[in-house]
Design a protein around this ligand. Structure first.
Ligand code: GAL
Length: 408
């Protein structure tokens, strides 16, 4: 633990993030409590909106107006962009003293390291290719969670025949993109997926396997029958799923955290399985908190806060409520519930394929993610747009990114 000067009153750090649902709130509270018990005051600066689209805009405007928060949820490729602009406090001292190299998964450390310096504290690993099946409904119909697309088709038919709306769907662009990337991993496989989202080969988006993934995405959207544009909030969808109004819930595993907030026990109301065809693969989104440089130096408090966040106890309590898994490589997985156990063990397995999320900024910039999510949203909403046209548009988005990257 970093040695810090004795403080007589709590030092305030304002923390910007987008965790406003019940489970996200309790996860943030777990961090805030750790701050409080170490003489730091977490001043909450949350901005509502799943996936963080709104929070990122507010963060940018605060930085531009010269009043950045002391800490912010900055994730994935955004980290490098912000660090390049000199806005992020390097955490080299903290990382050395807290032995991050020995404690944290190398892939996670790589993600938060830029120009040999750690620039964010990793909090937890979410799995995007995770699907939940409503336990009461599945038990009643005596159906096991499907493991492949043929089985999922059968399940959807049986749900419809039983008068149950198959899937908790939302047309919000980030939710469409979140479902799509997991479907894409299923059809493309990890090697092609990686090439696609890293944007090094824009023409790869024209591959037949991408077309199949797009067709499957449209199939999923059509499962509930004809539907007007429906941008339901992910939190409302979790509540409706919990109440038994839908059989299937596809989203990152933060939805498990939210179910836990509703039920008090994460495993009780759903079965959890990887997206069909993605067994043994981990499509990850890693939550990270950066310390920002402001006009007033709070460096020692920021370092103290950063040092707290990777402790085993806090990692366990925070990730349990959040629905994610610890970033630490030496925990006892038996202490995790079955779904978290599978996520953590897959991530920890050197032979498993770990691939980054596009929809949650792990592989490409905020602008690219927004553009790709917009293209996918138009595809599901507009029958007139074909899968091939969508592939062309996605290739164009990635070409722009490639140009951007080559200018850097
Ligand atoms: C993700 C974030 C998660 C979760 C989700 C829904 O981008 O990594 O922690 O909050 O959005 O808001």
């Amino acid at each position: 633990m970093l040695s810090v000067p004795f403080v007589t009153h709590a030092q305030t750090l304002d923390v910007m993030h987008w965790w406003t649902s019940a489970s996200e709130r309790s996860a943030a509270n777990a961090l805030a409590q750790a701050f409080n018990s170490h003489g730091l005051q977490w001043q909450d600066a949350a901005v509502e909106g799943g996936g963080g689209g709104a929070a990122v805009k507010v963060l940018k405007s605060r930085v531009l107006s010269g009043s950045p928060p002391a800490a912010a949820q900055i994730i994935g490729t955004m980290l490098t962009d912000w660090a390049d602009m000199g806005l992020v406090l390097p955490l080299t001292r903290v990382a050395a003293q807290e032995a991050w190299k020995q404690q944290i998964f190398p892939e996670v450390l790589h993600l938060v390291t830029h120009k040999h310096q750690p620039i964010a504290v990793p909090l937890g690993i979410h799995r995007i290719n995770s699907v939940l099946y409503q336990r009461t409904i599945f038990d009643k119909l005596e159906m096991p969670p499907p493991r492949d697309w043929a089985a999922l088709e059968g399940v959807a038919r049986r749900l419809r025949n039983a008068g149950i709306t198959p899937i908790a769907w939302s047309d919000e662009n980030w939710q469409v993109a979140t479902v799509f990337e997991a479907v894409l991993l299923s059809y493309a496989g990890p090697e092609l997926y990686e090439r696609l989202v890293r944007a090094r080969h824009p023409e790869a988006w024209l591959d037949r396997r991408v077309e199949s993934a797009l067709n499957r995405l449209r199939w999923l959207r059509d499962l509930n029958g004809p539907m007007q544009r429906q941008e339901s909030n992910w939190i409302d969808n979790v509540k409706a799923f919990h109440a038994g109004r839908f059989g299937i819930l596809m989203n990152g595993d933060w939805v498990r955290g939210e179910l836990l907030a509703l039920t008090g026990s994460s495993d009780s109301s759903s079965y959890c399985a990887p997206m069909p065809g993605t067994e043994g693969m981990h499509l990850y989104s890693i939550d990270t908190l950066s310390m920002l440089k402001g006009s007033m130096s709070k460096q020692s408090e920021q370092e103290k806060a950063a040092a707290l966040l990777t402790s085993v106890t806090l990692q366990r309590s925070y990730n349990r409520v959040k629905g994610s898994v610890p970033v630490l490589k030496d925990i006892d997985p038996k202490l995790l519930d079955s779904c978290a156990h599978e996520s953590w063990s897959t991530f920890a397995n050197p032979r498993a394929h770990r691939v980054p999320s596009l929809a949650h900024r792990m592989a490409a910039s905020e602008a690219t993610k927004e553009a790709a999510a917009g293209v996918l949203q138009r595809f599901v909403l507009n029958r007139g747009v074909s899968a091939q046209q969508t592939q062309q548009q996605l290739a164009a988005v990635m070409r722009t990114l490639l140009k951007e990257n080559s200018r850097k």
